[in-house]
Design a protein around this ligand. Sequence first.
Ligand code: ADP
Ligand code: MG
Length: 306
Amino acid sequence: MLVAVLSVKGSPGVTTFSVALAARWPSPSRALLVEADPSGGDVGTRFSLESAPGLVSLAVAARRSDDPALLWQHAQALPGGLPVVAAPPDADRARAALSALADPSTGAGVLRTAASAPDAVVIVDCGRIDAGSPAMPIVRSADAMVLLTRAHADDLAHLARRLPAIGRWTAHPAMLLVGEGYSTAEVARELGVLPLGRVPDDPHGAAVLCGRPSTLRWGRSGPAHSALGQVAHKVAKVLIAEQAPPPALPRQAPADNQPMQVLRAVPGVHGVPGVPASPVSANGLRLAPTPLPPNTENTSRGGQAS
Ligand SMILES: Nc1ncnc2c1ncn2[C@@H]1O[C@H](COP(=O)(O)OP(=O)(O)O)[C@@H](O)[C@H]1O
Ligand SMILES: [Mg+2]
């Protein structure tokens, strides 16, 4: 299973959540994290990893081989043993490696091949993305996409324009709100999208997931017991269920303090300034973009996503 994690604005915690998702992916699957952020990687620096192996060595090796084991061979271990293919901090080098990996003739299939093994899940931190990102081919070939966004008016106003295109990037898109801001119900009401849940502000959990000193430690007591880790674990289980054939997940009333509940009905809520009102969809966990004319899709693929 290939899972793309990304944002379209700001820095809502994509890398932190990607580490949490991979670290807390339910066994018996083997989870691996790939840092595919064109603006350069953070994981290697945060966890004092060696400069190689990583995304650059993977891109070179992928020119010669599409061995499903390649990804694992170019990973280093985070505390607790989580394998990670880290991107170089330098944006130019990261973009070059990603462009090579995304070229079908030189190994675009390496991530897909590794992720297609029955017991494997490859979590890809695609960073902040737009239609021209070298990570976009990864998003488009992913089995699921997790879009992280903060829930303030400016974040939502930005998203409102782009959601119709974003919803077409992947078969199973999902949106997670991060931190304080408009409620899940308000976002659903205004964007016409059912957020999968909310990632809480969790400085201690984020610290351990970023390799900083914390009262929490890695291993079983770190990501597992932080609020971030618990939400990541629930998200993983929902993504797994989404891949499975029906029956569908049960629907329940909205509640921000129960992040994985799915909205069914939205009581009277206030508008978000700058966000045009749109009807609430009832299509489960997926983004529910307003249908656009066919030529709009062509535009979004060829240039800006919005
Ligand atoms: N849920 C969270 N609660 C508190 N702090 C967070 C959370 N997620 C991330 N952070 C912090 O925010 C900063 C940026 O996180 P990062 O994951 O690198 O963002 P992004 O990848 O979106 O740029 C880091 O210092 C991280 O510790
Ligand atoms: Mg990041």
